[in-house]
Design a protein around this ligand. Sequence first.
Ligand code: SF4
Length: 484
Amino acid sequence: MARPSPLEIYTLLDKSNCKDCGRDTCMAFATDILERKVKVQDCTHLMQEPKQAKNREKLITLVTPPQRPVTIGVGERTCVIGGEEILMRHQLTFYNETAIFIEIADDDPDLEETAKYLTDLKVERIGDVLQVNGIALRCVSGEMEQFKLAAKKLSEASSLPIMLTCLNPEILLSAAEEIKTKKPLLYALTKENWEQIGKFAVENSLPVVAVSSNLDELMSLSATLQKLGVKELVLDAGTFFGPGKLAVTYDNIMQLRTAAIDKENKNAGWPVMGVPAAYWSQTKIGDDKELWLAQYQELIMGAIMESIDTNLIVLHTGQKKEEIWALLALMTLRQSVFSDPRVYPAVDPGLYEIGEPNDMSPVFVTSNYRLTKIPVEIDIKGANLNAYLLVVDSEGIGIESAVAGGQFNAGAIAEAVKEFKVFDKVKHRILIIPGMAARLSGALEDEADAFVVVGPRDSSGIGKYVKEQWKPEEFMKQYEDMKE
Ligand code: SF4
């Protein structure tokens, strides 16, 4: 889809520059719409003035991405999936990362405890908080009352969005009725039950998943549901394991995404989901070794799906605390796949205080590459040190490359020492540079009038280094001797 230009958007705005939307001009608002920092609905003029109705509709059509977004859940943990306008991340950026939903069986005696664990699960990694996005409640009991009760308990125990998973429409809708104010995602709508589930979804403004392994049938279901009035739809063409089946699963997802984004096919223009957890129903699990292999198979499928921007995946592995390794792997991969390629991975240069440093605390020097500065900071904190971290402008490049390329050099470090008044904060004149920048030490001593010591090559060694080698008095004596 050709991206509209800010000017095309601007021509449909009121052009009064009234500032009601918090922007100084309508043109700034137009630019922010493109960046999804504001919505059409934020322009009071477009929304409130009847004579603007036509422009409003035109603008909504103009800025709606070819793959429409779908919202699941309510409140702070609301999850938005889809809404993408490109096939490959490097073409622009992906806006919504793959949502990870973990399944829990409705007869699981630990349902509430597991739900609480998943809700609170947070992993901080290089400045981002990684979390799961929802819970898929699976009807294993086959009992209406059991499924309803489990849905109720789950919605009370967790603020995470819920996906209700049941192949029996009566049971599915009875649980959906119970928690419909939480905006659950309904799974699964098929060619057999589309009318019953579709009508319920329309009446209650709920998102639904249309399921068929036949793509023509899936498109036909999508067309029928849109005609019925369904406003939020997710497509599932099935997740298949075994020889040759992985390729089918992959192709189906890519075909749906291509049809939506490149061909602007309205029936395909919805988020696509996959169920790596399906492995468990497609194989027999035996001893512990097989269990581990099964988890591994599931994880590989999840990783493949994330890497091709599948909008939502459902996992079985990960619901127990001891299975955190599986979530760490997928959440870390997801963080990389969905980072914005337009955002330069740099942090602001400056003198950062870690803990409560005093005038004899060590001063570590590093580059302003985000993936260098944040791990160094975490390692200093992890070692329970009170220290200063001098972050030098290396044009956002990591230490090793910046030393080789000349962006991290003695002059730049000395400049930063002066600019951020490092030696006003401490009584000593010692700088600890990374091991990978050892060759700068001589020049830096001259440029910054400092005593330079070479720290570990890897910041994970900082704790040990300080314990064994940080001797400020001795270093200062050497500095004084050097000056004489
Ligand atoms: S509220 Fe609408 S009319 Fe006013 S400045 Fe923003 S975009 Fe322009």
